[in-house]
Design a protein. Structure first.
Length: 399
C-alpha cells in the first residue's frame, strides 16, 4: 500500500467539484458535489445525537438501499432545527442534482454543515447546481474539499492504492471538521470513495469498524454535532473484488483504516484554536471499553486541555480525570507517562524537572500514556489543547 494524491477522486469512476452558491458571505466556496460515473455501492455512518439535521434524516433513509450515485454537501448552513421545511429543502436541492445528472432522486445523498437554525437559501442553491454539475471532474477534488469547510483552516484529503487480486485498487477521501467533534459513531463530514467492487453489507461493516477505530477516537471539545456523517461509495471500476473472509478483505480493511486514520488526525490538527495535539493511550484496564472511556475522559477534560495549552506540568489533572472516568482501578497502582518520562508510579508522583516536563508539553504532538494495572484492556483518543482562540471563535460563531 502506498499514499497517492487525488483525495476523493483518486479512485476510478469518481468526479467532484466545489463552487460558491451564495450560502456564505463573500462568495466563498460552499457547495460541493461528488459523482460516481456508474451506480455505486453505498454505506454511511451518522451521528447518534438525537437532534438530527434534515440531511441526516434524508440520507439515512436513502442509503439503506445500498447504492448511490452522488453526494451533495453544503457548508455555511446546517439545515438543522428547520422542521419539515428543512427536509423539503434537502429534497428540492437533491432533486435538482438528480435532474441535472439524469438519475433518480433517491440516488443522491446529502450533508450540510454550518450554523444551526437557519434555512438554506434554496433559490440560490438551485440556481448554482447546473454550474456545479457542469464542472465536476476528476481534477477538481481539492475544490470540493475546500467547499465543505467551515471554521477549518486547511482542506483535508487522503488517498492510497494497493494491488488486490492482481488489480490496482484505490481508495481516497475528504473530510471537514474543526469543532463540535466527539466520539459518536461519526465526528464530522467525510466522503470516502473506492474503485473496489464490494457488497453493501460488507462495505457497511468495514466502514463502521474503521470509523470506530479512527474518527470515533478523536475529540476537539467533547461536543457532539447534529450533522456528523461519513459516506462511502464503491464504483467497482478497478475490477478488484472484495470478499468476506478472503485476503482481499484484509487488504481493503487496511486501506480504509489508513485513510480514515490520516483524515481523523488532520481534523484534530486543524481543530479550532488548536496548537497542540495529544495522543492518549490507556492500557491495563479491565476491558477495552473501560480503557476507551478513561482515555475519552482525559481527552475531554478542560483542565487537561488547558494544562496542555499552557505547557503547565500539572500531572495531577490527568490523574483526576482517570479517577473521574468509569474505568475501575486501584489508585495505588496507577502509572502515568508524558512522552518517555514516567511522572506517576504506583499512585505517587515522581520527582521530575518542571522545565523538562514543560518542554515535553510544549511539543506540537504530546504522548500521554496511562497504565491502570487492572487488566488487559486498551484504549486510545486523539485530543488537543483548549486555547483562547477556541473561545474567541465559538463565542461569536453566530455573529
Amino acid at each position: 500500500m502506498r499514499w497517492i494524491v487525488g483525495g476523493v477522486t483518486a479512485a476510478r469512476g469518481f468526479a467532484a467539484c466545489g463552487i460558491s452558491a451564495g450560502i456564505k458571505r463573500g462568495r466563498k466556496p460552499d457547495l460541493a458535489l461528488v459523482v460516481s460515473t456508474a451506480p455505486a455501492t453505498a454505506a454511511a455512518v451518522f451521528t447518534r445525537n438525537r437532534v438530527q439535521a434534515a440531511p441526516v434524516l434524508l440520507s439515512s433513509s436513502r442509503v439503506r438501499r445500498g447504492s448511490a450515485r452522488a453526494v451533495l454537501i453544503n457548508s455555511g448552513c446546517a439545515n438543522c432545527l428547520t422542521g419539515r421545511a428543512g427536509l423539503e429543502d434537502a429534497r428540492r436541492i437533491t432533486g435538482r442534482v438528480a435532474q441535472q445528472l439524469g438519475i433518480p432522486a433517491d440516488e443522491v445523498l446529502v450533508a450540510s454543515t454550518g450554523l444551526i437554525g437557519r434555512r438554506l437559501p434554496v433559490p440560490r442553491v438551485l440556481g448554482a447546481i447546473p454550474r456545479l454539475v457542469a464542472h465536476v471532474s476528476r481534477a477538481n477534488h481539492a475544490a470540493a474539499a475546500q467547499a465543505i469547510l467551515t471554521t477549518d483552516l486547511r482542506i483535508k484529503e487522503a488517498a492510497v492504492q494497493a494491488p488486490i487480486g492482481g488489480r490496482l485498487c484505490r481508495l481516497g477521501g475528504m473530510a471537514k471538521g474543526a469543532g463540535m467533534l466527539a466520539p459518536s459513531l461519526a465526528t464530522m463530514l467525510c466522503v470516502i470513495t473506492t474503485d473496489a467492487q464490494i457488497a453493501p453489507g460488507l462495505l457497511r461493516a468495514l466502514l463502521r469498524e474503521a470509523v470506530g477505530g479512527t474518527f470515533n477516537r478523536v475529540s476537539i471539545d467533547g461536543d457532539m454535532s447534529t450533522n456528523d456523517t461519513v459516506f462511502a461509495l464503491a464504483s467497482g471500476r478497478s475490477g478488484a473484488v472484495i470478499r468476506r473472509g478472503r485476503p482481499s478483505e484484509r487488504i481493503f480493511r487496511g486501506m480504509l483504516y489508513a485513510v480514515a486514520e490520516r483524515l481523523s488526525r488532520l481534523l484534530v490538527k486543524d481543530g479550532e484554536g488548536v496548537a497542540r495535539v495529544m495522543d492518549i493511550e490507556v492500557v491495563g484496564a479491565r476491558t477495552d471499553q473501560e480503557a476507551q472511556a478513561c482515555a475519552r475522559q482525559i481527552g475531554n477534560s478542560p483542565l487537561v486541555k488547558t494544562m496542555l495549552a499552557g505547557g503547565d506540568p500539572n500531572v495531577g489533572r490527568i490523574a483526576a480525570a482517570v479517577g473521574a472516568s468509569p474505568a475501575r482501578c486501584n489508585p495505588e497502582a496507577l502509572d502515568i507517562r508524558i512522552g518517555p518520562v514516567r511522572l506517576v508510579s504506583r499512585g505517587a508522583i515522581l520527582p521530575a524537572s518542571p522545565s523538562a516536563v514543560r518542554r515535553l508539553l510544549s511539543r506540537p504532538e504530546v504522548a500521554i500514556r496511562v497504565d491502570l494495572h487492572a487488566g488487559r484492556g486498551r484504549g486510545r483518543v486523539i485530543g488537543c489543547d483548549l486555547t483562547e482562540e477556541y473561545v474567541r471563535i465559538n463565542a461569536g460563531y453566530a455573529t
